[in-house]
Design a protein around this ligand. Structure first.
Ligand code: E4P
Length: 214
């Protein structure tokens, strides 16, 4: 299972990369806005640190404009994956990108049928937002199970990229269900390392070590 980091903050990316937890990066307009920097500057800097897939989201909502942005981002670095919203115009752009060898990540997926369409259009990744579904009393992880099964049924190559991850249980369940990727904020990657019994055990080991003659 691959771990991506869900941030546009270069410091966070470097910290997670040092722990070996960055197989790729996902960004979105909200995350980029938090940096206060120009998007292309941020993208290039991320790609200098991370050699795996780096998702760059288009802002356009029409086919022609999406394709203009997609080609522009894809030309920046060869590991850039263009993130395209789940819209009818977006599906056209995903098809053209696939034909041109530009990888895409279809974002804002909230149903299994949306995921089916993205795979048929030739998306490299589908991003179902599990946390936002949980927020509206709908089981996000159930959707992941359904998409994994549908993709298996028809041997689609599209990878299931679990997005809007809020806590370690999302990652645990994603792994149990066979999702290909979980994209997590740095806080969740750090939480994954933690267990209260690890802390208790370490405190005791360090205290006992003081009793060892030196
Ligand atoms: C995914 O690619 C998105 O950037 C992200 O996971 C959305 O997460 P949020 O629902 O916590 O904003």
């Amino acid at each position: 299972m691959k771990f991506f980091i869900d941030t546009a903050d270069i410091k966070e990316i470097r910290e997670a990369a040092a722990m070996g937890l960055v197989d790729g990066v996902t960004t979105n307009p909200s995350l980029v806005a938090k940096t206060g920097r120009k998007f292309k500057d941020v993208l290039v800097e991320i790609c200098d640190v991370v050699k795996g897939p780096v998702s760059a989201e288009v802002i356009a909502t029409t086919y022609d404009d999406m394709m203009r942005e997609a080609r522009d981002y894809a030309a920046l670095r060869n590991n850039i994956v263009v993130k395209i919203p789940m819209l009818p115009e977006g599906m056209k752009a995903v098809r053209t990108c696939a034909a041109e060898g530009i990888k895409t990540n279809v974002t804002l997926c909230f149903s299994a049928t949306q995921a089916l369409l993205a795979a048929k259009a030739g998306a490299a990744y589908i991003s179902p937002f599990v946390g936002r579904l949980d927020d509206v009393s709908t089981d996000g992880m159930q959707l992941i199970g359904e998409i994994v099964q549908i993709y298996d049924n028809y041997a689609f190559d599209t990878e299931v990229l679990v997005a809007s991850v809020r806590h370690p249980m999302h990652v645990h369940q994603a792994a149990m269900l066979g999702a290909h990727v979980a994209t997590c904020p740095l806080s969740v990657l750090i939480q994954l390392c933690k267990h209260p019994l690890t802390d208790v055990g370490l405190t005791k080991f360090l205290a006992d070590w003081q009793k060892v003659p030196k």
